[in-house]
Design a protein around this ligand. Sequence first.
Ligand SMILES: [Fe+2]
Ligand SMILES: [Fe+2]
Length: 207
Amino acid sequence: MTTTASSQNKSIVDLIIADHATVTNLFKTFKAEKDEFQKRQIGYLIIKELSQHAFLEEEVLYPHYKTKLGARGLEFYEQSVKEHNELAKALGTVDDSHCAATATQKSGCCGMWNNVFKLTEEHVKDEETVVLPEVKKALKEQELIDLGKQYVETKPMMPTHPHPGMAITKGMWLADRALAAVDSATDAMRAKESPENPPSKKMCTCT
Ligand SMILES: [Fe+2]
Ligand SMILES: [Fe+2]
């Protein structure tokens, strides 16, 4: 999900689908990884990618559901915001928790991650099979490209951690940027971690 020159002229629909593929691949890598440190790094990346993606959709695309998708637009909008909130809550449980290596806590961690995988997969399926095809029909090609440009340019300003309850609020534009600044402090701390320098509170990894 890096910003490249080629991504500047892409439709927002293609960019969103590419993001979904990136996250799906990260899930596979996370599940296969056995080393706790490496797995935690992949977990951090999943949290970042999913959080930025959700905030981006809410800021750049979802408002258009209500104005461009006719009668079903409001339904898509409300359902999508509800699903993002559920996912943000699930993601918050793995982001904030720190498991010791007991069997009970391990199974708790795995259950929390499995919930993140399940909610994401269901939401992605809804977007790709139901909502995004309607977006493609309703918006002109140039509008989709303009939104794609906005999507790419806005991404670095988006929060990198889940903030349940913040989806589509009044003053969202300002709130997103303020939360992103708070999140960057957490990310800077995590960037200092190494196998020799583990965090005192470990994120749940299900290893
Ligand atoms: Fe999405
Ligand atoms: Fe979404």
